[in-house]
Design a protein around this ligand. Structure first.
Ligand code: 3Y8
Ligand code: NAP
Length: 248
């Protein structure tokens, strides 16, 4: 009996949820609970962590989950690694739905760093005005470079003081537009744009805006995740139907 756990939180996960709902698959959508008011989904939805690998193992068993579709963000490495371990332990089928990384094109001025932790060192010593669009979980990294003015784009208002001396907070939820991001960078006189290589379309506008404004981009590469991945909803639906047919 097929019952799917869809690990969400991205544009691709929302598209996956719409397809599973359309075909009537027995599925449950899962958010981490990172934002105050996540987007509604057309599937029964649970919100919050599982309690590590052990918690996820218990959940998979208690809920008779036969398949896990991990459509979390490429930087949600902890969730993806826990899913791989828990699915191996319980013999649950697992696939990742992941969008391809962005690649620098003509006119792009990117400095690529291995991880988010390497971003502050890539900033100049002379004071800059930095568009920090990597969410709020890694802001503390930048307290090492207090001389810059940071413009932070967040989904929800911070619930504590920011660990930065000069910061402006912009509250907004993607997907974003090139026009909107270009206006934002002009308004705040941005000199550097920082981004995670998330791929997809929801966060891409700032890269096009940076190119149009001839601004340098510091791009953090995504963590490596070993479990098998597909890059489209159709491919995942084929994977699901084949594994149902094989009964494996
Ligand atoms: C809670 C669910 C959908 C999904 C929409 C995508 C697109 C818009 C662009 C910028 C970059 C960033 C951030 C971003 C984008 C989509 C997608 C995407 C980037 C929501 C959502 C949840 C989250 C969590 C949030 C993180 C943060 C990251 C903001 C909902 C809106 C920066 C990633 O305040 C916080 O603590 C925010 C935390 C994890 C990264 C971080 O480390 O801080 N996403 N984003 C999910 C959950 O609870 O499980 O609230 O509706 C989803 C989306 N955010 O349904 O269409 O698919 O990527 N999300 C990044 O890419 O760098 C913004 O500002 O330019
Ligand atoms: P993470 O660091 O990989 O995961 C940390 C912990 O959060 C996990 O161990 C798990 O807690 C919980 N968790 C994460 N995703 C979950 C989900 N979909 N359902 C239930 N629990 C989940 O995750 P993250 O980077 O903070 O991302 C959190 C959520 O935001 C994910 O849904 C992700 O898709 C979405 N998102 C993240 C980014 C980003 O830049 N990281 C961007 C866009 C959207 P337990 O250990 O307790 O199970």
């Amino acid at each position: 009996m097929t019952r799917v756990l869809l690990l969400g939180g991205t544009t691709e996960a929302s598209a996956m949820a719409r397809r599973l709902s359309q075909v009537g698959t027995d599925a449950v959508f899962s958010y981490a609970g990172r934002t105050r008011a996540p987007a509604e989904q057309p599937l029964p939805t649970r919100i919050g962590g599982f309690g590590g690998v052990a918690g996820l193992v218990s959940y998979l068993r208690a809920q008779n989950i036969s398949h896990v579709i991990d459509a979390t963000h490429p930087f949600a490495a902890g969730m993806s690694r826990n899913a791989a371990t828990a699915c191996a332990e319980t013999g649950t089928r697992l696939i990742r739905l992941e969008r391809a990384p962005w690649v620098a094109g003509a006119g792009d001025n990117w400095t690529t760093v291995d991880s988010l932790q390497d971003m502050p060192a890539a900033l100049p010593d002379t004071p800059a005005r930095v568009f920090l669009a990597i969410g709020k979980q890694q802001i503390a990294l930048f307290s090492a470079k207090p001389q810059h003015h940071y413009v932070l784009r967040l989904v929800d208002a911070p619930d504590a003081a920011l660990p930065l001396r000069h910061a402006t907070v912009v509250l907004a939820r993607g997907p974003f537009t090139i026009q909107g991001d270009t206006a934002l960078m002009r308004e705040h006189r941005i000199t550097h744009v920082l981004a995670k290589n998330a791929g997809g379309t929801g966060a891409q506008a700032k890269l096009a805006a940076a190119r149009d404004l001839n601004l340098p981009v510091i791009m953090a590469d995504r963590p490596t995740i070993s479990s098998a991945a597909l890059d489209s909803v159709d491919a995942v639906m084929n994977w699901l139907s084949h594994s149902e047919l094989r009964g494996v």
